[in-house]
Design a protein around this ligand. Structure first.
Ligand code: SF4
Length: 241
C-alpha cells in the first residue's frame, strides 16, 4: 500500500471511531489507543533490517525538546496524571506542580529556543519517563540510532541528533491522519505544546467536554503551525491517487 492509500486508510479508521460517538473519555481512549496501536504495529515493518535503536530505559537525553501533541493525547495524559496524583506516592511527586513549574520556564518558546534552554520534561524522574505508557506520538517517533550523538546533545555540545526517519515518518502519518479526522468531525485538530496544554487540561475537567463539543479548549496551538497550509495538505492527501 502506498503512503497516500495508507494515509486514507488511517484517516477513515479515525473517522469511524469519531462517527460511532461516545462519551468524551471513551472517545479520547479509543482515538489514542488506535494511534499508539497503529504506530507500534507498523514500526516493526518499517524498520526491518535497520540497526536496533540506541534509545533505552533510563536515557532521557532527548526529553528536553519541545513536545507537541493533539488534544486527545493531552487529555489522555491529564487523566493518567490524575490517577498518579491520587496515590500517596504520586501526591508526593506532585506532577501538576512540576508541570506548572516547567511551563513557567518554557511558555511561548519555539523549538530552537527550547533546544537551547534544555529544560527537562516534567515527567522525567530519576532518568525515567513516568508516563511512558501514555507518552505522545511525538515521543514515540523520536528515536536515535546514534548513542554518541545523543550524549553530545545531552551535554549541550551538539544541537542536531540524527533521528530515525521511519519513526519520524510513521509518527507524522498517524498523527496527521488523526488530525485530519478530527477536522472532518468539526473538532479542534491542532497541535499543542505539552506543558502549556497540560496546565489547561488539569485546570478543569470541563475542557475535555468542551473539546468534544467542538471548542478549541486547549488553545493556542503552537505558534509555528500553519493551520491553513496543513488543512490544504490534508485535502490533497485525501483526494490524491
Ligand atoms: S513525555 Fe516522557 S518520553 Fe516524552 S519528553 Fe516527557 S519524559 Fe520524555
Amino acid at each position: 500500500m502506498g503512503p497516500f492509500d495508507f494515509f486514507r486508510t488511517l484517516h477513515d479508521g479515525f473517522v469511524g471511531i469519531l462517527a460511532a460517538g461516545a462519551a468524551p473519555d471513551v472517545l479520547i481512549d479509543r482515538l489514542t489507543a488506535r494511534s499508539f496501536e497503529l504506530f507500534d504495529a507498523n514500526i516493526a515493518i518499517q524498520t526491518e533490517g535497520l540497526p536496533q535503536p540506541a534509545c533505552h530505559r533510563g536515557c532521557p537525553s532527548c526529553c528536553k525538546l519541545r513536545v507537541t501533541a493533539t488534544a486527545p493525547e493531552i487529555f489522555l495524559l491529564a487523566h493518567y496524571i490524575g490517577l498518579i496524583h491520587a496515590t500517596p506516592a504520586g501526591a508526593a511527586i506532585n506532577l501538576p506542580k512540576r508541570i506548572a513549574q516547567a511551563n513557567r520556564a518554557t511558555k511561548g518558546l519555539g523549538e530552537r529556543q527550547r533546544m537551547a534552554l534544555r529544560q527537562p520534561c516534567p515527567f522525567v524522574l530519576r532518568g525515567v519517563c513516568i508516563v511512558h505508557p501514555v507518552r505522545p506520538l511525538a515521543c514515540r517517533g523520536h528515536v536515535s540510532f546514534d548513542r554518541a550523538a545523543c550524549v553530545r546533545a545531552a551535554a549541550g555540545r551538539d544541537i542536531e541528533v540524527p533521528v530515525s526517519e521511519p519513526h519520524l515518518s510513521l509518527r507524522g502519518l498517524v498523527q496527521t491522519a488523526q488530525q485530519s479526522a478530527l477536522r472532518a468531525a468539526g473538532l479542534a485538530w491542532g497541535l499543542y505544546e505539552l506543558n502549556s496544554a497540560l496546565v489547561l487540561a488539569l485546570d478543569t475537567k470541563d475542557r475535555r467536554a468542551a473539546w468534544a463539543q467542538g471548542s478549541d479548549s486547549l488553545a493556542p496551538v503552537i505558534g509555528d503551525l500553519d493551520m491553513a497550509a496543513m488543512a490544504a495538505t490534508f485535502d490533497e492527501l485525501l483526494t490524491r491517487h
